[in-house]
Design a protein around this ligand. Sequence first.
Ligand code: PMP
Length: 308
Amino acid sequence: MSRISYVNGKYCEHNNSYVHIEDRGYQFADGVYELIPFFQDKAFLLDKHLLRLNKNLSEMKIENIYSNDEWRSYINKLTSYYDYTNFYVYIQVSRGAPKHEEEVLRQHHYYNEMEPTIFMYVSEINLLPEDKIRKGFSCVTLDDLRWGMCNIKSISLAYNALAKNYAKEREAFETVFVKKGIITEGSSSNIFIVKDNVFYTPQLNNYVLPGITRGYVIEEIKTLDYQIQEIDISIDMLEKADEAFLTNSTQFLVPISSLNKKIIGSGQAGKYSCELYEKFKKSFNWCYNFFYNNCDCCNWKNNGWKSF
Ligand code: PMP
């Protein structure tokens, strides 16, 4: 399978896909991105991702030159080059590169008639192994020193990248950002806790990305008739939670086992995390014995999961 990517209306060999060095995405992080997951070859929450892309472009005053139907058709064509089962489409839209001689040489202000640079590529999703999900993942905390527009899915991700590396250096899975004692989100995820059978997640503000998975999980929690509150969550609340988990588009739900080496809850995936994960898999007709740990159809105990 040769890797094809989309650049400004053309489908190109991935290794020969380029944008101009003067592109404002490259020099000013002047752009936004989206990541659309496909599970069992089906786009997951595509309309919600396109809606967020449109909103973010408008916040950044970058023109969305495609209608939703056009986005869908370009995405369909791009994904037709691949035969992955679980994968994502990464979309990046930057303000573009200056076109005229007098506009070059790195002006901070931009020109209104600039044409956005759009590229998309496809990458396979390797879901976290289910036995590891059951065990949960360790997290560390770090001061949230990002810019104040984290509600926009901007390509300005340098601090997020440093934070992810901070976790890696400590053999942790994710860094959870803390602003004045309040949890905001993970370096590439939203966060939930459960205490006394009630779910809590940080309320949306300019330090929290309105994650598409976050929104979906909130709706699922309500469908299951559990209570959910969007409030400020202190480090103390997170440390004393019965369970906690992260959400994002490529991993869906990741239970947290410890924070800064302190055990959270039971120190492994809690029952609500398992229930939500199971429900998610069920919606794709995956085997859904995650919570109960036994299954007629795939013999989980001996072989682990298999999808069908
Ligand atoms: N917050 C941040 C900082 C992220 O990078 C991500 C993943 N892009 C999320 C939250 C989760 O968002 P989503 O569920 O839309 O993937």
